[in-house]
Structure formats: C-alpha cells, structure tokens
Design a protein around this ligand. Sequence first.
Ligand code: NAD
Ligand code: TDX
Length: 329
Amino acid sequence: MLVTGGAGFIGANFVHRALAARPDLRLTVLDALTYAGNRDNLAEVGDRITFVHGDVRDGDLVDGLVRDCDTVVHFAAESHVDNSLQDPIPFLRTNIEGTFVLLEAVRRHDRRLHHVSTDEVFGSLPLHGGEAFTEETRYDPSSPYSATKAASDLLVRAWARSYGVRATLSNCANNYGPYQNVEKFLPRQITNVLIGRRPKLYGTGENVREWTHVDDHNDAVLLILDAGRVGETYLIGSGAEWSNRALVELTLTLLGRPVDDFDSVPDRPAHDLRYACDSGKIRRELGWRPRWAELPDGLAATIDWYRGNEWWWGPQKAETEARYAAIGR
Ligand code: NAD
Ligand code: TDX
C-alpha cells in the first residue's frame, strides 16, 4: 500500500491503524514533509514502513512508487482554510496538480486508488433546519482550500469514468485526535489553555461543525478499501454537531477553566456556517459506526494526549500563533 501524506495528522493515524489491523501489510509513505508533516508522527511504526521524502507532483518518483504497490490511499494535501486565504498557490499545486500526477500513474499501472476528501466541497448549510450533505449534494466550495479539494474530487471522478480508474472517494467531516497540527481549531484552543493563553473564537462562534474522531474516519477508509464499490463516493460523519462556541466552553470546562475565559477575534472571510454529513450510505452498505460517538469522551482523550505530548506540539506553537497574530486572529 502506498500512503501519500502519511506524515500528516490523518495520514499518520491511518498508518498506525492500518498496520495494527493488518499485521502483514507492507506500506510505503510518500510525504513532502511540509510544515504539516512530521517524521515523529511515524516514530512508533519505525522500520515497519518505508518512508519516502518526496513530492506527490514528482511524476517520475510517483510512477515508480505506484508501479510497486497494489493500492494507493491519497491523503497528501494543503489542508488549512486560513492558510489558503493568505496564499492559495500551494493549494492549487498540491491539491490539484498533485492529484493529477497521482491519477496518471494509477491509470498507467491500473492500481486501486482511494481519494480522501472533505465535506467542505459542498459549501455551507443553513444554521438551523437539520439539513445534511449527501453524496448527491451539488459542489459549492467557499474557500481556496475547498475549491482545490473540489477540483481534485472532480479529477478523480473523471479519471474513473474516462479511463476506468478503480477509484473510490470519501468526504469526511471535521476530524480531531492525536497529532493534529496546532493551527487547527481544537488543538489551538487546547494548547492555548495549556500555556496560559485564552482560546480564540472567530466571529460569533455560532458556526457549527460535525466532529469525527480521526480513528473513526480511518476505520471508514479501511472499510471502503475492503468493500467499497469502485466509482462510488462515501460521506463520513459522526453526527456530533457542535457550535464552535459550545466547543470552546466544553474545552475550557474539561481543562478546569471558567467557560467565558476566551477571546472573540475577527471572523474568517466566507466562513461557512454549518457542515453536516448524512453518512447513511456508508453505515448501510459497509456497516460503519463511529466508536467515538460522544464528543466529550473523544475530546477528553485528545486533551490528555496534548497534555502528555508537549514535546510534539511545543515546537510548532510560537510560530503558529505568530502567523495568526499577523492576520489579527
Ligand atoms: P495535514 O495538513 O495534517 O497533513 C497533510 C500531509 O500532506 C503532511 O504530512 C504534508 O507534509 C503532506 N503534503 C503536503 N503537500 C505535499 C506534497 N506536495 N507532496 C507530498 N506530501 C505533501 O492534513 P490532514 O488534516 O491530515 O488531512 C489529510 C487529508 O484529509 C487531506 O486531503 C484533507 O483535505 C482531508 N480531510 C481533512 C479533514 C480534517 O478535519 N483535518 C477532514 C476531512 C478531510
Ligand atoms: O482559532 C480558531 N478559532 C475558530 O473559531 C480556528 C483555528 C478556527 N475557528 C473556527 C473556524 C471553523 O468554524 O473553528 C472551526 C474549525 O476550524 P478549522 O479547524 O480551521 O477547520 P475547518 O475550517 O472547519 O476545516 C477542517 O475541517 C475540514 C479542516 O481544517 C479541513 O482540512 C477539513 O477538510
């Protein structure tokens, strides 16, 4: 198996999970080790994997790696909305061009591909009314990040239809868990409290996200690899919808701080109001169920992980907060 982006948050957790579930698996990670990739994320699996430091846009490198595997799982991406608003170019290059390069190699060597994507491609839902995205929802991305992920999904679908590439896609809701970069919402707030800063809430904080534990996401990807129908898309979401404000309050409570001990900061431009996935298809067809259905349990475990692993996140923290300070957030 070839895993692109396997030194990032979800990819590294996937590598851990896949090796635990499949003791005989031979696995190669291709990762460019951008600011978001970290070899330490794979320290535990050591010599059980082959690690290749390289770019998914490197056609010759990717051709050889794809030739030598049966299955490709594609996580590599630029993944942070706020960064995409500051500088979209790496997002176009990695998310669109990188996916194109990989698709061409998969087509040449007739390999099985799973493409990992996001519910952000569907744009924003109304705050109230209980509507949810489905596999049929029209794409309507709001940010440079989500537009480039949408483009990558469309390339995968077109390569499946035009060339018979054996691909599946998944669009997952917001993930949380160990090894998530401190630029993202939950790790940012947890580590802020741990170093004595106040959490930073964008705008009113009424925006809603559906929080899915990274292990539940990766279990869904493993199920799709085993039993998913080629050419199909699967939406993944735990059902745990929380407003950002309620989640900051819960984080503060779990860390023993007063619920109002946070700062409101200027809102993100084009800030999507609400995401929610109808994950009925993967539940019915593949029997997927989230194990971390209760967000407070998963959040408490995640807080414990950050509390115990300052060696991991400490070195990222000052630079990340400096980037936020530069944009007033
Ligand atoms: P991440 O930013 O933590 O990790 C991305 C990884 O890709 C890093 O290791 C980075 O070094 C690597 N990478 C970046 N550019 C590369 C390139 N050109 N060549 C090779 N490697 C490169 O991201 P994540 O949160 O783990 O997200 C992984 C995937 O899951 C992405 O495709 C993302 O769109 C998708 N996704 C994320 C979430 C979420 O909540 N984080 C939810 C749904 C889907
Ligand atoms: O400091 C913050 N304060 C705040 O209120 C940050 C960093 C974020 N927010 C808000 C913005 C969002 O409404 O919290 C919510 C979550 O923010 P992010 O962690 O940046 O996630 P989001 O923009 O929802 O995108 C995430 O989920 C879908 C991932 O980063 C994407 O990679 C994934 O595709």
